[in-house]
Design a protein around this ligand. Sequence first.
Ligand code: ADP
Length: 312
Amino acid sequence: MDLPEFAIEARGLTKTYAATKTTPEMKALKGIDLAVPRGSIFGLLGPNGAGKSTFINILAGLCRKTSGTVKIWGRDIDERPRDARAAIGVVPQEIAADPFFTPRESLDVAAGMYAVPASERRTDELLSALGLADKANAYVRQLSGGMKRRLMVAKAMVHNPPVLILDEPTAGVDVELRRQLWAYVLELNRRGVTIVLTTHYLEEAQELCDEIAIVSRGQVVACEPTTTLLRRMDTRHVLVTPEEPVTAAPTLPGFETKLIKAGGFSVGYRTGQSSVEQVLAAIRAAGLHIKDISTEDPDLEDVFVSLTSEAT
Ligand code: ADP
């Protein structure tokens, strides 16, 4: 079988929630074009209300699109809805675990829903991969929050889908569990599973994702390899510690300055327009003596703020 070039492909996707008695009509997606390369870890970033959950719910078959096309693993969700859904596992934002099932039973029920034959079930493998082997027969209500979340990941993988979608997977998960979860996600990716994740942790997306789409108000405002996205941001900052601590950021003609902690200040400059050399000359010209300097690379937070404000 030919493998698709894109794990997920959306073209001109729109979603309008109809008006209700109390709320006006809401255009949640206004023409999304997105192609998630097969084998990638793809980040979907955007502020609250951007449309990320709506997009994921359409993929999961939980919400009907208004127009446009969506293919999952090359399968059109209108033409082959069951095949399309069989190709993805979705880990929802909310923990929805049945308190009366054990993790083992929970996985069996999930496998049953996907009609996975008993001989092909990987219950033990999944339980141990997610560190739940010793809790296999405990009641779900006896599990910690982190364990429940890992169980959600296991449930999303029972039918061995080639694409795994994680909606805000680490919200409220402590650092140690987050690491464990990512270790497993990376392992799945190494085995060829395409991963799509939404996150508010920009740092996490920056670290994990090969490619990132930024969604704002129902539109994709950027979709690029992570490194390209970072390069787009050409504002750099020089952090200056002067010999004499300052109480206000100095005025330097042509540069933006800001007071930072312990009597230092930062100077922003555009790499295309000026150099560190010119920044230093301006500081000296203002009569300040430099004790120490360092530079700061832009991170996704900066890119994010600049792109979403451009879109307004
Ligand atoms: P995100 O996941 O990025 O926070 P959502 O997809 O949840 O964004 O929401 C996008 C927009 O659609 C928001 O303005 C939200 O209020 C609205 N919305 C989401 N679900 C519904 C719904 N079921 N009915 C009406 N409006 C909705």
